[in-house]
Design a protein around this ligand. Sequence first.
Ligand code: SD4
Length: 340
Amino acid sequence: MNRRQLLTALGISSLALSFKGRSYISNKPIKKPIVLSTWYNQSVTANSPAWKILYRNGTALDAVEAGVQVSENDLENCCVGLGGNPDRDGIVTLDACLMDHQFQIGSVAALEQIKNPIQIARLVMEKTPHVMLVGQGAQQFALQNGFKLEGLQLSDHAQKTYQEWLKKSEYHPIINIEKTHGPSAPLSPESNEYNHDTIGMIALDIHGNLSGACTTSGMGFKMRGRVGDSPIIGAGLYVDNEVGAATATGQGEEVIRICGSFLVVEFMRQGYSPEQACKKAVERIRNKTPRNTKDLQVGFIALNKKGEYGAYALHKNFDFGVTSGNGETLKVDSPFILTS
Ligand code: SD4
């Protein structure tokens, strides 16, 4: 048995070999399976089907795909699936992607009238030579694969919020950091509460493999054609099975600007803990963006090969849910760097 095989047998990952000496390296037993997702209010329900799959020795990919569909199917959810808030023209457009432990990726953006964009993203990954389909082409592909076209009607809450928004038709990507977020949070155009709650979910299965999924209706009242970070591999989601996985929520433009989730994974590769890695990515946004971060929220969650997890946000009030061990979903408040 060589040194690598010996360490692997002892449960010490190959990552530990490369970065021994850093705080990230520990000999603690690997915590698996485990699944976490952005915004605790939706994690509670979304992690549950994911956990059932993981608990029965299923794959992380199947788990995250099943998990995020809970939010996609929830018409009360302001920010995921067809119940989400529309763009300025009153049309709901959906973005989603997933990535597995073998660097397989699939993504759809600006998809309209299709209920589960994450399923289409998976089909893009498995059935096409491409990694991303957008707009009409994505819709056509969904229909060719047996999906049905849903109506254009907005959900009740989206209709109400849109009518309210139309009075001024102003778009400020401002996030009221004083209020509690989550699907059940009060929706008001003034507070821009409706701009949140993309679900990003990352998981480590019993086989030691990582996968992730991310799905959203994007920022409410965005310009027609605007695409955020959520369907962009490396921005809204990234997985490297040797290292870890990360996903993002919040102002997508800022996440894209720094290749956010990729950056978090790369920081973990350098030996940083998931929390430290998320913090460094958030600091990168604060230090580099030409915009004023006072009104911008971004949050990352990350998970490494050891089942260690963490998060960081620009502002307070970002939380997430973690399910492992006995299957209970733990609420975790993310640390943050800015207080005003
Ligand atoms: C976007 N990142 O479209 C998404 C929005 C979001 O919680 O995460 N909301 O920019």
